[in-house]
Design a binder for this molecule. Sequence first.
Ligand code: FPP
Length: 256
Amino acid sequence: MPVEILLMPERLPRHVAIIMDGNGRWAQAHGWQRTRGHEQGAEVVRAVTTESVRLGIARLTLYAFSSENWSRPAAEVAVLMGLLHRFLIDELPTLHANGVRLQAIGQLDRLPREVRQTLDATIAATRDHPNTILSLALSYGGRDELVDTCRALAVEVAAGRLAPAAIDAEAFQAHLYAGACPKGADAVDVVIRTAGEHRLSNFLPWQTIYAEYVSVPEPWPEFTVAVYRRALAEYQSRERRFGCVPANGVRQHLPH
Ligand code: FPP
């Protein structure tokens, strides 16, 4: 029987961000269509979300569809959008049962109309849930987010609602896709990437400045709860200094 990996509750990350990679390769290695990897990947999203709730992770951001993914073959994009739509419909009872609040970041206007409508409805239906925030990065690009944020700030300045001198990190943060949140709450503690890759791929450049990075060899369809816990154990083994000298033991979160 596999032994459960023990984690230190006091050193769990508050914000986990995952780059779910390797769906296509996993399917092809089994002689299947790439899209079968995405289907299996959607099942893994369920399991990882449930485990995050169990662990008390405050925010889980999943890179579900990048702005670059729009240039994949139209049939694959259609399968991904269909899976997302089905996930939003099927998952609602579980989101309610687990008290999960859904959010989405990205250029959501680019999503197909029915997906956008279901997404908005699910976000609204789970708005008051107290547990993990499941944030789906959809049609998301990190550079797009920074550019869109600058544009939103410029609109405020042009309308006379914001003085240029008042633009600081807090004001900038409040205009990111996720909107205003308590100071530091959007800071990613750990980025996990599957399939043995070591790239950030345009993911959360603002939020990850002091994130730890953990790469696991398993492709996303094989990212079991045990693999997730192993990645979190690796995160817990890291000493986070945030550019400071650790005075009183190891710091766990970005000081603010
Ligand atoms: C990367 O694998 C994965 C994606 C581009 C999409 C991730 C989507 C899912 C896990 C399923 C749907 C999501 C939800 C939230 C229901 P890849 O195709 O780039 O793999 P490869 O590098 O092996 O080709």
